[in-house]
Design a protein around this ligand. Structure first.
Ligand SMILES: [Fe+2]
Length: 455
């Protein structure tokens, strides 16, 4: 090892090799930003690398943070960062070499392999906050609810409340509990995290997911509004918590309120961040299913997606579907078909996991939404019905994937498929019995039953 390089330890006892103590300070700041979504970690990493170009974790963290955006556009910069880290491999410690390998695996499309490698890091360094969060976010991107819960569960016993960032670990665990339908434990854990760090937007989010799944839409609105000063201002994740607030408004039947949040908070100005555009598409789509006039907004949103599709098409099927929603929403079916064609290619040539995501869920979902937009509602049913129980394989949360069920239900109603529509309304009534949105679907479904009886 280079004599200048010292193996230091971060604030959680994880070894980080660096030439200067300042590198480690920058690493800690970047980690806080990554965990809290307050500020851009890559900015502070750039500073660290300016001062210490041989700071291995600076390069690895930089690559990892960009990978977690789930966009192809960052790949050239990611490749540069990974190569820089690999060139410094002789100066790196074992943990850093594994972290570099995980980043390369993710970059090459082996997302499962990356998760395994992060687990190896965590076996030696259970308090490695970067490895844990990268694994957690990838579990989200791959819809792996068991690991959303258990990757954190494997190590949380090695953490304690005095370690910096402990609340964020609890927040991840809370979200994992929620995605596995352990709602009580999820809420209890999220609230424990918030008692430590009220400004933890991921823990706010975990609690809000519980309220979404338990149909507590009025309480959810109050919960978010009362804590707004903690999770909203200057937070890079706020758009998603605003999206959840809009869902609560929709559940209550307040479509104007949901639309106002779209305009003022979810997409108040043009953005090129896929994660944000995904939420924008998903909300407009749900509103459109309810007959709300969203036409002008679809055009703006379709333009934003259209600027990205040449680069992003076929990279991540979950994003592709949301691009298609915007394009068909704006009446640009031909462009939507181009995205669909790219998903078809991805279903053939992508590396293992992203190929399966595209093939098994992405492609039928794209077909279903295009069919719906073209008024071929039976075709939409045929495409969407078989993927409902495996839709987690293309990522996102249970709440996000509800857009598939809502579209299937609307398709069944519009196709006059009374039996399926009744069953889907029945299912929804079990989960959300008092929701005005459920009653609205029930009324639409009742309409086709009445029409059948009259015929
Ligand atoms: Fe969410």
């Amino acid at each position: 090892m280079d004599p200048k390089v010292i193996n230091r330890k971060d604030a959680r006892g994880v070894p980080v090799s660096s030439c200067t103590p300042q590198s480690l300070d920058h690493y800690e700041t970047a980690l806080y930003r990554f965990q809290s979504y307050f500020g851009d970690p890559t900015e502070v990493l750039a500073e660290a690398l300016k001062e210490d170009p041989e700071f291995v974790m600076g390069h690895v963290f930089n690559a990892s943070a960009m990978l977690m955006m789930s966009e192809r556009q960052y790949l050239p910069a990611i490749v540069d960062s990974i190569r820089a880290a690999e060139d410094l491999s002789h100066k790196a410690n074992d943990r850093e070499r594994l972290m570099t390998r995980a980043a390369r695996q993710w970059m090459e499309g082996d997302w499962t392999g990356a998760c395994v490698t992060w687990d190896r890091v965590l076996a030696d360094h259970p308090t490695d906050a970067l490895a844990l969060q990268c694994g957690h976010l990838t579990d989200f991107y791959t819809g792996d609810s068991v690991n959303l819960r258990d990757r954190v569960g494997r190590v949380i016993g090695r953490w304690n409340k005095d370690m910096p960032g402990y609340s964020y670990v609890l927040g991840m665990q809370a979200f994992g509990f929620e995605e596995c339908n352990h709602f009580e434990r999820a809420e209890e854990t999220a609230r424990a995290a918030l008692a430590i760090e009220p400004r933890d937007g991921w823990s706010v989010h975990a609690a809000v997911h519980v309220m979404e799944m338990q149909n507590r839409y009025q309480e959810g609105q109050r919960f978010l509004r009362e804590r707004e000063d903690d999770w909203a201002p200057d937070n890079g994740f706020a758009f998603h918590n605003w999206w959840h607030l809009a869902l609560f408004h929709m559940e209550e039947g307040d479509f104007a309120g949901a639309l106002a949040l779209y305009d003022q908070q979810i997409l108040p100005e043009p953005s090129d961040v896929s994660l944000q555009l995904v939420d924008a598409s998903a909300l407009l789509w749900r509103l459109t299913l309810q007959g709300v006039d969203t036409a002008s907004r679809w055009k703006t949103l379709a333009d934003l997606w259209s600027d990205k599709t040449a680069t992003e098409n076929g990279y991540y099927a979950f994003n592709d579907l949301h691009a298609i929603m915007a394009l068909v929403g704006a009446g640009r079916i031909d462009e939507a078909r181009e995205v669909r064609a790219a998903v078809k290619v991805a279903a053939t040539i992508n590396p293992t996991l992203t190929r399966a995501m595209s093939e098994q869920v992405g492609l039928p979902a794209c077909d279903g939404f295009i069919a719906f937009a073209e008024g071929r509602y039976e075709d939409a049913v045929d495409a969407l019905l078989p993927i409902r129980s495996i839709a987690n394989r293309f990522g996102g949360s249970n709440a996000q994937r509800d857009v598939l069920t809502q579209t299937l239900l609307s398709s069944a109603i519009r196709a006059g498929n009374a039996g399926l529509a009744a069953n889907l309304v029945g299912e929804r009534t079990v989960h959300k019995p008092f929701s005005p949105l459920t009653k609205r679907f029930a009324k639409q479904q009742g309409g086709i039953v009445a029409t059948e009886r009259a015929a």
